[in-house]
Design a protein around this ligand. Structure first.
Ligand SMILES: [Zn+2]
Length: 88
């Protein structure tokens, strides 16, 4: 999908732009933009997030994993093409 490619080109913090103070770990639509296709947290060098918001994202994703809203990936050989379709 086209939106998937555009996000890699961004080098500014989209959370600062949106003046985000809190990232809701229950909102998987927000969190999925911070995850790779293997459910890994996107590194800051790709997302352009500032340190403050990257830490918020990491905390939200860790909470979402803990509450089973998003899966942990253990088998790195099994790449899911559309991991978030099953969440909706
Ligand atoms: Zn920020």
């Amino acid at each position: 999908m086209a939106a998937e490619r555009r996000k890699y080109a961004r080098k500014y913090c989209k959370y600062c732009e949106a003046k985000t103070d809190y990232i809701d770990y229950k909102d998987t639509r927000v969190l999925k933009h911070a995850l790779s296709e293997r459910y890994k947290i996107m590194p800051r060098r790709l997302t352009g997030n500032c340190k403050k918001h990257q830490e918020m994202v990491e905390l939200a994703i860790k909470r979402a994993r803990h509450t089973a809203l998003i899966p942990y990936i253990i088998d790195t050989k099994n790449v899911v093409a559309h991991p978030f379709e099953q969440l909706q």
